[in-house]
Structure formats: structure tokens, C-alpha cells
Design a protein around this ligand. Structure first.
Ligand code: AHR
Length: 500
């Protein structure tokens, strides 16, 4: 099979917002306790955070981490996590039927975020709480000094404000499982008034309004239109959440889930723009895809988890090679929509449906799941300008799509480094000859080329065996503005071309 990709320096989708390479840490399972924070671990720093986990997070180069939930935030009292640690209350976390010790709160998490070089995307509780608590939390985090909450932050050890820029107005408020679940009208009004009050505290913040918790929700569509109708002029982004799984063990269908993601994004953009037109607004609402990943491997196991444990091992998906291929496809779709998707969070970062895993003892090292690699490549090499891919490629059919291209691809032009990076997934089991035309560029060198290929589709990694890892790709040829290579059957490929 053959595939041709036409790229042009003149045909650009958008400058990519780095926050599209964001992730998520929720107070649940072993994400915080036993994940990023484990004072008894041999690599723990003087604050109890694991250095081996920090190193893997830094390699991923994550610019933004959503925190502290997720479903957890809808029952969270943020004040429980400030002040002397020994005085903090242990609480029932109703979202995950766990016990929250509150050893880690906003101060500890902020310090960790600074160490790994990321910003916090903070969620406020609009389930059991509301305007008052959201404005207090913002004042605590961002106001310099001289008020009750800002002075309390200083007393608790942080002279300088945290200056958190991006804020989520609740989490999945359309879901009946959500603590304090609301109708679209109830949530829309509350979000509108909370947004107004928060902006009075700090007008520089950006606000994310809750969209549907997945495209399959019965209220999908109606929810978006209603909540936007209420809050349109007071928010900046609408959120999307979606998880994928190979429940039917059908590889062709599974690898086409990125087309479903594309359809979902396009549908939500259409709704944002419909409300814009209806309101004659000058403002455009962008998207925050602040929960996305593969999540299904752990579903059965989690049904056996006992309630009211501290840090139960839940949602610990063990990812295989086909999951890594899908993650590559999904990230390509996010970049293809980077003119409107400005924030995205791989959910989550450590242990809970995550690219980084830890064991339950104090000696074993943190390790990389298969999905770690495509995310790391994209986050490190996918910064710059997304070029519009014009792809000519054979297709196949699934029960929901007539024409799934065997190749999924995007290219990113980093104009500061003069590098064009091509990302490509081959969804077929056959090798595909891939020719790329880079109109307006001259390729001077192949800086680096990487592939993940020739693995059993179900192969995975564990703490003792890192078998699914990238290798260098050695067949890439170039001449003037033309690059060619073979995409091995079922492969993830990254080719970095120096250009002038
Ligand atoms: O990421 C796990 C959970 O998935 C989050 O808490 C929730 O927002 C979503 O349903």
C-alpha cells in the first residue's frame, strides 16, 4: 500500500497552545498517595514526594496538570488540606468510597508542580459547595496579601501567591453519579454566577465550563447549549471528556476511535458557535478536552475493591501496544483541531489510568506504561504550528465509519528550531510506503527518526520488563522538499526534519 501526505508552509491549522499536552492528578486511588507522594519510598524528597516519579513526569514535559479532581472535587473541602498536616481531618471521599487523609493539599501540590515544571489547572467544587467557597479559594491562591484568605496562605508558608491561571467550574456536573449533580439550568446559572464572582477576585483568570461527561450522555447537546446559554459571556472554554476501550477486542474498530473523537470535537465546536451566533457575541469559546484516555482494562477488577481504604489500587489499567497506537491517533486528532482545542488533559498521570506506574513497596522504581511513549514524543516534539495534512491513503470500513484512513498523520513546524516533525500511525498490519511533500520548505537533514513497531499488539510493560519501547527508525530518505519512508504494519512513527 502507498500513502501520500501533502504539507505546505502556507497551510497552517494553528499555533498549538502548549496546554494541549496537559495531564490530570486527582485525589483518588494511588495517584497522590503511593503515586506522586510516598514519604517512605527510597527516592522520597524531604517533603515526601517521589523523585523517581518526578523524573518521569519531567521527561513527559507536561505544561499543565488538572487538580484535585475529577469526581473527588465535588465533595472536597479545600480548607481541609491547609495548615499543620497533623491537624488535618481524615474524611470520607464519597466519590471513590475511600478515606482522604489530606496530607497533601494545595501548598504541597503547588510545591510539587513547581518542581516538575508544570502549571495547575484548578477545579472548584460546584457539587456540595458554590460561589462563596470558590471565591475564597481563588483569594487564597492568587491574592497577594492583606485579606483574611491571602494572609492565611502567607501564615501557612507561601508568601507569594500561587497565581493559578486556569480554573474549572466543577466537574462532570451532568453525571447522575456526581455528588451534587445538577440539571443543565441549575448548573448553568451556578457556573455563571461563580464565574462572575471569581473574575471580581482576579480578572486575569481563565474559566472552563463543564460540558458533557461524554458524547454518549443522553443529555449531550442539550446540556452544552443550555449551559452555554447561561454562562457564555463569563467563561473561556467548554470541557469535553471521553474515554475509550477495546471492549469487543476488534482492533480495526478500536483504532478508529480517533475518528469518533474528531466527530465529538467538531460537534461541540458547532454548538459553541451556534450559541455565539444566537447571542450575536464577538467572543469565541474554545475547547478544553480535560479528560481523555483509554480506560477499560481495570473495570472488572475495580468491582472487587473494598470501600473506605486510603489510596485503594483502583483504575490501574495496564496498557498494551494497541493502546499506545490509539493514544498516538488521538493526539494527532487533538493537534488537527488545535485551532479550537487549546487545553487537553491526558487522564490521568500516575497509577490511575496513567502513563506512569508505581509498585506498592518502598524500593521498586516507577516505570513507563506503553502509552507513555507516544505522549512523550508528542509533548516534546509537537510544539509549534500544526500544518494542515492533505492525505491520500487507502481506507477501510467499520460499523460507524465508511472510510477510516489506514494512516493517521499530522506535522508540526517548530519555527524557532526550524524543524518539521511528522507523526504517523499505520493502522493496517501491512507496510505502507509513505511519501511526504513539504511545500515551502527544504529539508536539510533528518534530525531524528523513531518508531514503535513489530510488537505483539497485546504486549505490555511492567516494572521488571520494558519490552514495548521506541527504537530509532533507519529507512527515512529525503531530497529537497520530499521525505519518504516505510511505515511498518501497526506502527507509531516520529520523524524530525531540519528545514530551511
Ligand atoms: O478520571 C477518572 C474519573 O473519570 C474522573 O474523576 C471523572 O471526572 C471521570 O468520570
Amino acid at each position: 500500500m502507498k500513502a501520500n501526505l501533502k504539507l505546505s508552509k502556507q497551510k497552517q491549522i494553528s499555533k498549538i497552545d502548549n496546554r494541549i499536552f496537559g495531564s490530570f492528578i486527582e485525589h483518588m486511588g494511588r495517584a497522590v498517595y503511593g503515586g506522586i507522594y510516598q514519604p517512605t519510598h527510597k527516592t522520597a524528597d524531604d517533603k515526601g514526594f517521589r523523585n523517581d516519579v518526578k523524573d518521569l513526569v519531567k521527561e513527559l514535559n507536561v505544561p499543565l496538570v488538572r487538580y484535585p479532581g475529577g469526581n473527588f472535587v465535588s465533595g472536597y473541602k479545600w480548607e481541609d488540606g491547609i495548615g499543620p498536616v497533623e491537624e488535618r481531618p481524615r474524611r470520607l471521599d464519597l466519590a471513590w468510597k475511600s478515606v482522604e487523609t489530606n496530607e497533601v493539599g494545595i501548598h504541597e501540590f503547588y510545591d510539587w508542580s513547581q518542581e516538575v515544571g508544570t502549571e495547575i489547572n484548578m477545579a472548584v467544587n460546584l457539587g456540595t459547595r458554590g460561589i462563596e467557597d470558590a471565591r475564597n479559594l481563588l483569594e487564597y491562591c492568587n491574592h497577594p496579601s492583606g485579606t483574611y484568605w491571602s494572609d492565611l496562605r502567607i501564615k501557612n508558608g507561601h508568601e507569594n501567591p500561587f497565581n493559578i491561571k486556569t480554573w474549572c467550574l466543577g466537574n462532570e456536573m451532568d453525571g447522575p453519579w456526581q455528588i451534587g449533580h445538577k440539571s443543565a439550568d441549575e448548573y448553568g446559572r451556578l457556573a455563571e454566577e461563580t464565574a462572575k464572582a471569581m473574575r471580581l477576585v482576579d480578572e486575569s483568570i481563565e474559566l472552563v465550563l463543564c460540558g458533557s461527561s461524554s458524547g454518549q450522555m443522553p443529555t449531550f447537546g442539550e446540556w452544552e447549549l443550555t449551559v452555554l446559554d447561561h454562562a457564555y459571556e463569563h467563561v473561556d472554554y467548554l470541557s469535553l471528556h471521553q474515554y475509550y476501550g477495546n471492549h469487543e477486542n476488534d482492533l480495526e474498530y478500536y483504532l478508529a476511535r480517533s475518528l469518533a473523537m474528531d466527530e465529538f470535537i467538531k460537534g461541540v465546536i458547532a454548538m459553541c458557535d451556534a450559541v455565539k451566533a444566537k447571542k450575536h457575541s464577538k467572543k469565541t469559546i474554545n475547547l478544553s478536552f480535560d479528560e481523555w484516555n483509554v480506560w477499560y482494562h481495570s473495570n472488572e477488577q475495580d468491582k472487587k475493591s473494598k470501600p473506605w481504604q486510603v489510596a485503594p489500587a483502583i483504575l490501574e489499567d495496564h496498557y498494551n501496544f494497541e493502546d499506545a497506537l490509539l493514544i498516538g491517533c488521538l493526539m494527532i486528532i487533538l493537534l488537527k483541531n488545535s485551532d479550537r482545542v487549546k487545553i487537553a488533559c491526558l487522564a490521568q498521570l500516575v497509577n490511575v489510568i496513567a502513563p506512569i506506574s508505581t509498585e506498592q513497596d518502598d524500593d521498586s522504581p516507577a516505570w513507563k506504561q506503553t502509552i507513555y511513549y507516544p505522549f512523550m514524543h508528542m509533548s516534546n516534539f509537537g510544539r509549534g504550528i500544526a500544518l494542515l495534512p492533505e492525505l491520500d491513503c487507502p481506507t477501510y470500513e467499520t460499523k460507524d465509519f465508511n472510510a477510516v484512513p489506514f494512516v493517521e498523520s499530522i506535522a508540526v513546524y517548530n519555527d524557532e528550531e526550524s524543524i518539521v516533525t511528522i507523526f504517523a500511525v499505520n493502522r493496517s498490519s501491512e507496510t505502507i510506503d509513505f511519501d511526504i511533500n513539504l511545500d515551502g520548505f527544504e529539508v536539510t537533514e533528518i534530525e531524528e527518526s523513531i518508531e514503535m513497531a513489530e510488537f505483539n499488539i497485546k504486549a505490555d510493560n511492567n516494572v521488571n520488563n520494558q519490552q514495548v519501547t521506541p527504537k530509532s527508525k533507519d529507512d527515512v530518505k529525503f531530497e529537497l522538499n520530499h521525505v519518504s519512508m516505510a511505515l511498518k504494519g501497526l506502527s507509531w512513527n516520529v520523524v524530525r526534519c531540519s528545514v530551511k
